[in-house]
Every structure is written in structure tokens, then in C-alpha cells.
Design a protein around this ligand. Structure first.
Ligand code: SAH
Length: 289
């Protein structure tokens, strides 16, 4: 998922890394660890920005190593890369180009603050300069689509956004008419970003807290959790325990192939499957009790 930090350096390296298939996530993880400021994933390539404070040789060496490993492994997937230096004055424009408005589900449009709001749409304004989860990721989009679909089947009394990131799902839930929305994240930066994005969207009333599900005492009509599947598996009993009878949970960030394990733990915890929702290599699950 893109991680974006406001840049404070002079020049930037813009890497274009061509890669597809199952190694994309490994490459994203490696470049994030190497000090990347932000990534935009496209169909068959990754655009990654580094500050001029990084040692560019270390990054090119690392990518060359991955390239050689992939070639040796005899896989169909190849890696190639190039980079350019972007002077500071071009930075904002270059960065902004990556964040065009997108329509999600039947009613949502996600847009950055500098774009004009769309008429007849539920606008979700997300400032990508502040945190992670701009809505351009399949898992966020799937959560929004499933939230929209299942909101009509919910009493909408209350909703928990577990791992809120930018707050995008919590804001969407409030705009869909959920009466009480609680957003939690273990990362303080996400909590700050959610506060700011809630303000940008005039979404007052979201209860935003640092922490996780174990810190909460109430039960919910709806739970959204877009968190890597390993964490979902660990949190399954807590998610089930915090869901009301008749409640619905949407679980996302599950790679195809890992969905069986997530579903099994959810079923063991007492939840039943409503729908499995694929988007690219990702699967989201709508479950209920
Ligand atoms: N909900 C957003 C962001 C998802 S990114 C979206 O759909 O785009 C996942 C978020 O979960 C991150 O912000 C991360 O800090 C948070 N997170 C990870 N493990 C968590 C846990 N155990 N409890 C609460 N939040 C967690």
C-alpha cells in the first residue's frame, strides 16, 4: 500500500520498475525499506520516489540483484528498471499527477483536495500527502464497494473501522448514514491523518482512537478491517466477539490463496460467509453472524 510522507529534500529520484506477478509485493517492500517516499503501482510497473539523501547505488544494486535472481529462477516474470532525477520545483506536479480522482462502487468518488468535487457523487477527499490508503489500492476499493452493498442490509447503528489508515472507510461509512463510527489504528500517524481527512470531509463525529479492537468494549453492527491477512487471522476471535448478532464484517487485504485460511478462522470464530469478492490478486470477504 502506498506510504506517503511530505517531502522535505531538494531533488528526487524517480524509479520506474517494470515487474508483474507475485514478486511485485516483494519489490514494493524492498524499496519501502530502502527509504522510498512513496510508490504508485501501475499495471505492469511501479513508480517509486526516493529523496536525494539515499545512496542511489545501493538501490540500483539491490534491484540488479533481484533482477538476476528472477532470471536465474527461470520464472516468466522479468524485472527491469530505470531512474531519472526530478528537480525540486517539479516535485509537486509530478506527485499530484499520480493522484487523479477515481470512481468507486456506484456512488463514491475519491479525490485529492486540489480537485473539484463531483456533483451527484459521494466525494471522499483524501490528502495523499499525509498518510497511507489513498483509495487507489484494490483492497480499499473492494472495502468501499462491499460497504456500499451491505450497508443497506445493516441497521447502521454503529460501525468499526479497524486499521483506519487515512480514515477513508470511516468517512465513507459516516456519509452512508452510519450513526456512530469508530476508527482505530495502532499507528499514531494514521490517527492524525484520519483527524485531518475527517475535517477535510466535514465528517465530524467519527470517534478516532489510537489502538486496536481489544481496547474496545462495545459490539458493532458493521466492522471493516483492511489489514494484512496474517493479522486478520490473529484477530478473528476479537472480530467475531465485537460483532452483534446480525452484524456484518468486511475483511480485506487477503491475497488470493490466503482466503481459505482467513475464512477458516472466521468460521471457527462463529462467522459465516456471505460473499467472496475478488479484485486482481486480492480477495475480500463479507462475513456475518
Ligand atoms: N483502512 C485503510 C487503511 C488500510 S492500511 C484502507 O482501507 O485504505 C492498514 C492499517 O491497519 C494501517 O494503517 C495499520 O497501521 C493498521 N493496523 C495494522 N495492524 C493493526 C491492528 N492490529 N490494529 C489496528 N490497526 C492496525
Amino acid at each position: 500500500m502506498p506510504v506517503i510522507i511530505t517531502p522535505i529534500v531538494m531533488h528526487y529520484f524517480e524509479f520506474t520498475i517494470k515487474i508483474s506477478g507475485p514478486f511485485t509485493d516483494t519489490v514494493v517492500q524492498r524499496i519501502m525499506d530502502a527509504g522510498c517516499l512513496g510508490v504508485v503501482e501501475q499495471d505492469d510497473s511501479i513508480i517509486a520516489y526516493f529523496p536525494d539523501t539515499v545512496d542511489v547505488k545501493t538501490i540500483t544494486n539491490d534491484l540488479s540483484l533481484l533482477q538476476a535472481l528472477l532470471e536465474k529462477s527461470g520464472q516468466d516474470h522479468r524485472l527491469s528498471f530505470s531512474y531519472t532525477v526530478i528537480p525540486e520545483q517539479d516535485w509537486n506536479e509530478t506527485w499530484k499527477k499520480g493522484f487523479v480522482p477515481i470512481d468507486v462502487g456506484d456512488r463514491f468518488t475519491i479525490l485529492p483536495p486540489w480537485e473539484k468535487k463531483r456533483k451527484d457523487r459521494i466525494n471522499l477527499i483524501i490528502d495523499p500527502a499525509m498518510a497511507f490508503g489513498t483509495g487507489h489500492h484494490e483492497t480499499t476499493r473492494s472495502c468501499l464497494a462491499l460497504l456500499e452493498k451491505y450497508a443497506g442490509k445493516s441497521d447502521k447503528e454503529n460501525l468499526l473501522d479497524l486499521g483506519t489508515g487515512t480514515g477513508i472507510l470511516a468517512i465513507a461509512a459516516l456519509k452512508l448514514g452510519f450513526h456512530r463510527v469508530v476508527a482505530v489504528d495502532t499507528d499514531l500517524l494514521a490517527v492524525d491523518a484520519t483527524r485531518k481527512n475527517a475535517e477535510l470531509n466535514a465528517a465530524a463525529g467519527i470517534d478516532i482512537r489510537e489502538g486496536s479492537i481489544a481496547d474496545l468494549n462495545e459490539t458493532y453492527s458493521f466492522i471493516l478491517a483492511n489489514i494484512i491477512s496474517g493479522v486478520l487471522v490473529l484477530l478473528a476471535p476479537e472480530i467475531a466477539a465485537h460483532l452483534k448478532t446480525g452484524g456484518i464484517a468486511v475483511l480485506s487485504c487477503i491475497l488470493a490463496g490466503q482466503d481459505d485460511e482467513v475464512l477458516e478462522t472466521m468460521t471457527k470464530a462463529g462467522l459465516k460467509l456471505f460473499e467472496s469478492y475478488p479484485d486482481g490478486k486480492w480477495i475480500s470477504l463479507a462475513v456475518g453472524r
